[in-house]
Design a protein around this ligand. Structure first.
Ligand SMILES: [Fe+2]
Length: 203
């Protein structure tokens, strides 16, 4: 039997072993005067790239994005972070993140500063989950859970629906998230009309 594994979805994981995640959490805990979006979790709208304490981590994010760009053979000069924020799921409140995707972004990422509840990704091939005559399988669920490990980075297609499950831990769950866009000359080698030149201006 030959198996054709057609149209797979690529997610990329990296593990940082040099950053002191607990030190960064201590820094985040002291931040004030930042916009907090209260939903089922706390989303802190702050550009951490403007805080020198995160220079090493964001330089590593850039390296990871370059690895993805090279692997995917994207016809663009670079992948650049276009927006970033961090989320906190407080202990003892069972905070969670509803199913969502990220707009105005090519690839998105979650970086775990701590342990906590899993991030769950939905199978994007929705046709196989909508069959009226569904034969259940022993080894298939239309969801895939990634358990947080401090220092773990997951880069995923921004169109992919995902959520975070209720946080049951006795310590706060901290994650940093970012979106990225292709920049520089895009599609200039592979297309004649569907091309662009993009430069991100950070405000
Ligand atoms: Fe998200």
């Amino acid at each position: 039997m030959e198996i054709l594994n057609l149209f797979p979805t690529e997610l990329f994981t990296f593990q940082n072993t040099s950053v002191d995640n607990q030190k960064l959490i201590s820094y985040l805990e002291k931040l004030d005067n930042i916009e907090i979006k209260k939903s089922s979790t706390l989303s802190m709208i702050v550009d951490l790239r403007k805080h020198r304490e995160f220079d090493e981590l964001f330089a590593w994010f850039d390296q990871c994005l370059e690895s993805v760009r090279a692997y995917m053979k994207y016809d663009c000069d670079s992948l650049e972070i276009s927006s970033t924020w961090f989320n906190v799921a407080l202990a003892d409140y069972q905070m969670y993140q509803n199913v969502h995707r990220h707009s105005m972004s090519l690839l998105s990422a979650v970086y775990y500063l701590s342990e906590g509840s899993p991030t769950e990704f939905e199978d994007p091939v929705i046709h196989r989950t909508q069959a009226q005559l569904e034969v259940l399988r022993f080894d298939y669920q239309p969801f895939y859970k990634i358990n947080p490990v401090p220092g773990k980075l997951v880069i995923f297609p921004s169109w992919m629906y995902h959520s975070s499950l209720p946080h049951l831990g006795d310590k706060h769950r901290y994650i940093i998230s970012f979106n990225c866009l292709p920049t520089g000359k895009i599609n200039h080698n592979l297309a004649t009309d569907s091309k662009a030149t993009i430069r991100i201006v950070n405000d």
